[in-house]
Design a binder for this molecule. Structure first.
Ligand code: MG
Length: 365
């Protein structure tokens, strides 16, 4: 099999109503990536996820630097192609960031092709571990711009749908408001529901130590991204001193950075994201690294769960997957949660193929 054409795309899928966390505001989700066509009539779809900003830099990287080295190549040589992209012309300016997200889109499309050619869903092609379902937790009721009333209303509805774990955003200017909102949600959902809070890097170490300790009383499943993601040392201090596990990974780009976090005991839930770490190829390496330290993997879903459901199903130490339903309707086989569990996909591939009507409707380039 040979690659004969590489075509990039940018889709902006509306988020209704728009949401905020402590550092992002989004009215659309950017589904930015690539279709890779082969001479055997199999087409791979891969994408990364954005807040609908910076997408053009991602597709420019693919168009100018990655596409030319893919044409004529065998997509099954994915690991060799990964190295060629990683250590090629873009290495000087991009060991992380835009280039890694662009490479993720390409890598995911290649894995989609391989699974389709093998007539298997990606999770089986990788070697299945969970054959029926994956436990999900829901983030979509806990945005920072929600009023307290809306938080409680949405959380209650999510529980009625069968979810048993929910996440809410914190990191407001006054941490006393965070405390008040977490307290209100815990009271509303009861003690049996898993509750995670996500700071989105908004705190410094002093705030995190002070308010992390105060929030312990709400029996949190984890405290997510409390600090700047480059600050491994202070995450380690928090992990040592708080009685709340630390979760992070959605802004960690490489296996080397994960190695340092993991080896130093600075992370307890590894949230490695396939759209961030240059694709399936490096995601699997990070998950194996975490396994060697007996750490659970609970991916952040920059892909909104389409690809990660496969990776979790194929990974023994992956135990839980985030759920946000913003873009699922655009896919041929949408990620589907029933009674709080992802139902595993059955079609060949990585569940990345889009319905042509939506592909055209949301396409901005
Ligand atoms: Mg997060």
């Amino acid at each position: 099999m040979r690659i004969i054409k590489v075509e990039t795309f940018i889709l902006h899928v509306p988020i209704t109503p728009p949401i905020t966390d402590a550092i992002n505001a989004a009215s659309h989700w950017g589904v930015t990536g690539v279709r890779i066509f082969t001479d055997e009539n199999i087409t791979g779809y891969g994408y990364t996820g954005t807040c609908a900003k910076g997408d053009e830099m991602i597709v420019d990287t693919i168009d100018r630097y990655y596409a030319p080295l893919l044409i004529g190549k065998d997509p099954f040589m994915v690991k060799q192609l990964w190295d060629e992209m990683r250590y090629g012309a873009m290495h000087w300016i991009g060991r992380a960031g835009v280039t890694h997200m662009a490479q993720a889109a390409v890598d995911i499309a290649l894995w989609d092709i391989m699974a389709k050619a093998s007539n298997q869903p990606l999770w089986k092609y990788l070697g299945g571990h969970k054959s029926e379902k994956i436990k999900a937790y829901n983030t979509n009721g806990g945005w920072l711009n929600w009023t307290k009333d809306r938080l409680i209303k949405d959380m209650t509805e999510i529980l009625e749908q069968g979810f048993t774990a929910v996440k809410m955003k914190v990191g407001r200017t006054d941490p006393r408001e965070d405390f008040d909102r977490v307290q209100a949600v815990r009271r509303a959902i009861g003690d049996d529901v898993g509750l995670m809070i996500d700071v989105n890097q908004q705190w410094n170490i002093t705030t995190a130590m002070t308010w992390g300790k105060k929030l312990e009383q709400f029996d949190l499943m984890w405290l997510e991204e409390p600090l700047n993601p480059d600050d491994i040392m202070n995450h380690r201090r928090l992990a040592d001193e708080l009685n709340v596990p630390i979760a992070l990974g959605e802004h960690v780009y490489t296996k080397y950075a994960f190695r340092d976090y993991i080896h130093q005991g600075a992370v307890e839930y590894v949230q490695v994201d396939v759209t961030r770490v240059a694709g399936v190829t490096e995601w699997l390496q990070v998950a194996s690294l975490a396994a060697a330290y007996d750490l659970p993997v609970c991916p952040h879903v920059g892909d909104m769960g389409q690809i990660h459901q496969h990776l979790v199903a194929a990974t023994p130490n992956a135990i839980l997957l985030e759920y946000i339903p913003w873009i699922r309707h655009i896919f041929v086989e949408p990620a589907t949660v029933v009674d709080g569990y992802y139902v595993l996909p059955q079609l060949p591939g990585a569940s990345t193929e889009m319905i042509p009507r939506y592909f055209e409707q949301y396409r901005v380039r």
